[in-house]
Design a protein. Structure first.
Length: 80
C-alpha cells in the first residue's frame, strides 16, 4: 500500500516536468535533474495528501462519535 502513492507521486512529478518542457517546445529530457526534483516533489506531495486524508477520516470519526453521544445524552438521558 505505501508503494502506490510513492509511484503515483513520482509519475505525477515526471509527467509535470515533461509536460512543462513540451509546452515550451524544449526537448523532453532537457535537464534531467529537474525531472528527479519533480519526481521527489511529487512523491512528497502525494504521500502528504494520503496522510492528510487519513487524519481527516479519523477527525470525522471522532466528530461523528461525539455527535452520537450528545444525541444519546439529549434524548435518552431525558427520559430517565
Amino acid at each position: 500500500m505505501p508503494a502506490t502513492p510513492t509511484i503515483i507521486g513520482a509519475l505525477l512529478g515526471l509527467g509535470t516536468q515533461m509536460y512543462s518542457n513540451a509546452l515550451r517546445k524544449l526537448p523532453y529530457m532537457r535537464h534531467p535533474w529537474e525531472h528527479v526534483l519533480g519526481m521527489g516533489l511529487g512523491v512528497v506531495f502525494v504521500n502528504q495528501l494520503v496522510k492528510f486524508d487519513d487524519k481527516l477520516k479519523q477527525d470525522l470519526d471522532k466528530m461523528l462519535e461525539r455527535a452520537r453521544e450528545a444525541n444519546e445524552r439529549r434524548y435518552i438521558d431525558d427520559d430517565e
